[in-house]
Design a protein around this ligand. Structure first.
Ligand code: PHE
Length: 444
């Protein structure tokens, strides 16, 4: 506990690290399949609403709790609310991080397999990309090997305490990923028949509205912004006195949303243009579910000259985007065990790694267990965590502290009116909306 806290070196480093956690498989793999399931444009509108109403205020709150306590997720509540039951919110967050890693690492393993298949030229020769993906999904041994490799890779970074390395590499890799997505988006929207996909993505069609739409979009927003479990609390604990919390939260959320929408612009026009049977495309998209990215994209690459280079580059960047997210996930759990149980950082990493691999083995064997972990974390655990974090900052934290954090000890110009609106959102709007969506979604 007495460990000296380092802070991120630069403003860009802060945004890169937080965006590194936020931007990951959630944006590029999970978002398109959720959007397909939720009727494209309708889902995206609700999703953006969630980012604005819950996402940004909650991210500011997590940063605040982290910076005010300079502690791990559970420790933060000990420090800011000693002797209370709030610590359970922190513990729930740690458990959530663990559950997310259980299935996330499996998908990370898929990205490694696709890198391998790209380099070896295998992908360039595939004609049926669905069965190529199904072959992989029905091969637990292969998934386990690559999931384990990815978990060990994450552990390696956690062990070597690479904050600097990650900060630096995120600064270079994130823009590169962005650039590549733009190039792919251009290729995708210039395919014959792409217009249908664009329409699906940007033109709301009420016939696709599902009762669980709001819950799905809210879960996706929490997942994608890494909110509701204390990831941003942990990163906030590394911010310095001058880091502007509100501005940083807005920048990170905008970047994250941009990457998600861009991946939609890559996937949907391609999916519509390349499908054999346009009549059933929406059904196919939904059925494609979690595989969408791994089926549509390689097919798109094969339509481009130098397909091998494109797919190698893309899956490498995807793996790296995922890595900056798995590092943030593992850091939450590792730091908790390390600080709260006084286990050395090394042993703590080993315990977490072993636990994640065991969970990942189950998720590799059983698609329904995989889905259970996915759904339980995104639709239940993260929103519940977010609900309580909102109550914690809105009701429990001293207003003076909140104001000092928002304004960096009054060096930033936020009027008292801003504080009032912010507190009002956290006290009433966010918890009520989260609860309402939650109950409505469960009954549906
Ligand atoms: N936000 C990450 C993504 O979009 C996943 C994540 C969730 C990371 C929660 C940390 C905490 O891929």
């Amino acid at each position: 506990m007495s460990e000296k806290r380092v802070t991120f070196a630069s403003k860009i480093g802060v945004v890169a690290a937080a965006a590194g956690s936020a931007v990951g498989l959630g944006n590029i793999w999970r978002f398109p399949s959720q959007a397909a399931d939720g009727g494209g444009a309708i889902f995206i509108l609700v999703y953006i609403g969630c980012i604005l109403f819950f996402g940004i205020p909650l991210m500011v709150s997590e940063f605040m709790v982290g910076r005010a306590s300079r502690s791990n997720t559970a420790g933060a509540y000990h420090k800011l609310a000693p002797g209370t039951q709030w610590k359970w919110v922190g513990r729930l967050g740690v458990l959530t991080g663990f559950v997310i890693m259980g299935f996330y690492m499996v998908v990370c393993g898929w990205t490694l397999i696709y890198i391998f298949q790209s380099i070896s030229g295998h992908l360039a020769g595939v004609t049926d990309f669905s069965s190529n993906f199904i072959d992989l999904q029905t091969n637990p041994a292969k998934q386990i090997v690559w999931m384990t490799i990815f978990t060990l890779l994450t552990a390696f970074f956690i062990l070597s305490g690479v904050k600097k390395g990650i900060e630096q590499s995120a600064k270079i890799l994130m823009p590169l990923l962005f650039l590549l997505l733009i190039v792919l988006a251009i290729r995708s929207i210039t395919l014959d028949g792409a217009a249908e996909g664009i329409r699906f993505l940007f033109k709301p069609d009420m016939s696709h509205v599902k009762p669980t739409l709001f819950l799905d979009a809210m879960g996706q927003a929490f997942f994608s912004l890494s909110l509701g479990m204390g990831c941003m609390i942990t990163y906030g604990s590394y911010f310095n006195k001058r880091t502007p919390l509100v501005k940083t939260a807005i920048q990170v959320s905008m970047l994250d949303t941009l990457v998600a929408v861009l991946s939609g612009v890559v996937i949907f026009p391609a999916a519509f243009a390349l499908t054999a049977n346009p009549g059933t495309i929406v059904g196919e998209l939904v059925a494609g579910g979690p595989g969408l990215l791994f089926i549509t994209l390689p097919e798109l690459f094969n339509q481009m000259p130098g397909s091998m280079i494109w797919s190698t580059l893309f899956f490498c960047l995807l793996a790296l985007a995922a890595l900056t997210s798995t590092i943030s996930l593992m850091e939450v759990v590792t730091l908790y065990i390390h600080e709260e149980y006084r286990v050395s950082r090394k042993n703590s990493t080993l315990i977490v790694t072993a636990g994640v691999i065991i969970l990942g083995i189950f998720a590799s064997f059983s698609a329904s267990f995989f889905n259970l972990l996915d759904v339980a974390s995104a639709k239940f655990m993260l929103p519940i965590g977010g609900f309580f974090i909102s109550l914690f900052v809105g009701w429990h934290l001293d207003r003076k502290l909140v104001y000092a954090q928002l304004t960096n000890e009054r060096t930033l110009k936020f009027g008292i009116g801003f504080l009032r609106v912010y507190i009002f959102l956290l006290r009433y709007v966010v918890p009520t909306a989260v609860l309402a969506i939650f109950i409505y979604g469960l009954r549906a």
